[in-house]
Design a protein around this ligand. Structure first.
Ligand code: OAD
Length: 247
């Protein structure tokens, strides 16, 4: 393990452009449940049955109760040393390195905002932000940090239903965020895949984009992932322990 860490550390020092894709696993150590596996269940509902436009149309109150539960957990959570290490890597890469500027782009599938709270500057948010809401009628979007939201389902000033401004199954990703993610992946010399099962597309496809454009791939996860066989470095362990050691 130490040898792999050292090899990746050296490669990160050398690389001008680095990108990272994070998933629910990086927030697990902050106490936020992941999606897949037993701990992702809420009252016997799987996220796949709640995080859809159809579920919201059928029962907006139920879906909001689930989001209230998640918002409560996230509100109490704190970023850990792994989140902080990624913010530090960003600072290191953007500092002048012998006259050349490096770049680090953080792309996250997480909606919890823990990367922002750890100091990462404008991470790419592929799946939206749990602290924002959007009106189904007038389309107005705003920040809402009420925990819990007392009147369910919440309504907009125009009377329309408010929904969480997150991406649900079957919905497209925000085009501007996707463009940024694609560009960063295509330009990266090293692409880090951290705490994601890498089974949800299109996000999981970014590793392939990076790889085809010549990037080296590193996977950080305690469990095997479908990307392990194409990775140059596989670090089996928890992001909160490995990232601080790496960076
Ligand atoms: P998953 O729940 O699918 O996967 C979490 C991954 O984190 C698994 O591979 C775990 O092995 C790993 N993991 C657990 N603890 C870890 C730790 N301490 N350090 C590092 N890794 C750890 O979550 P995602 O891959 O993020 O989408 O799921 C992708 C998307 O599916 C989510 O963004 C969400 C979900 O449905 C939408 O809501 C659109």
């Amino acid at each position: 393990m130490e040898e792999t860490l050292q090899a990746l550390r050296e490669a990160l020092c050398e690389a001008k452009t680095v990108a990272a894709l994070t998933g629910a696993g990086i927030s697990a150590e902050s106490g936020v449940p992941t999606f897949r596996g037993k701990e992702g269940l809420w009252r016997n509902y799987s996220p796949e049955r709640l995080a859809t436009p159809e579920a919201f149309a059928r029962d907006p109150r139920l879906v909001w109760e689930w989001y209230n539960w998640r918002r409560g957990i996230i509100h109490r959570a704190r970023p850990h040393a792994g989140h902080l290490a990624l913010a530090e890597l960003e600072r290191k890469k953007s500092a002048d390195q012998e006259g050349r500027r490096g770049r680090f782009t953080l792309v996250t599938q997480n909606v919890d905002g823990l990367h922002d709270r750890a100091g990462s500057q404008s991470p790419v948010k592929l799946h939206g932000d749990i602290w924002r809401v959007r009106c189904l009628d007038c389309g107005r979007e705003e920040r809402n940090e009420q925990v819990p939201i007392l009147e369910l389902p919440p309504r907009c000033h125009c009377g329309g239903l408010l929904r969480p401004a997150v991406v649900w199954f079957g919905e497209p990703l925000p085009p501007d965020q996707w463009e940024r993610a694609l560009a960063a992946s295509a330009q990266a010399e090293i692409f880090l895949v951290i705490g994601t099962s890498a089974v949800v597309y299109p996000a999981a496809g970014l590793a392939e984009v990076a790889r085809r454009s010549g990037a080296k791939l590193a996977v950080i996860n305690p469990q095997p992932t479908p990307l392990d066989h194409q990775a140059d470095w596989v670090l089996k362990g928890e992001s909160g322990k490995l990232l601080p050691r790496l960076i």
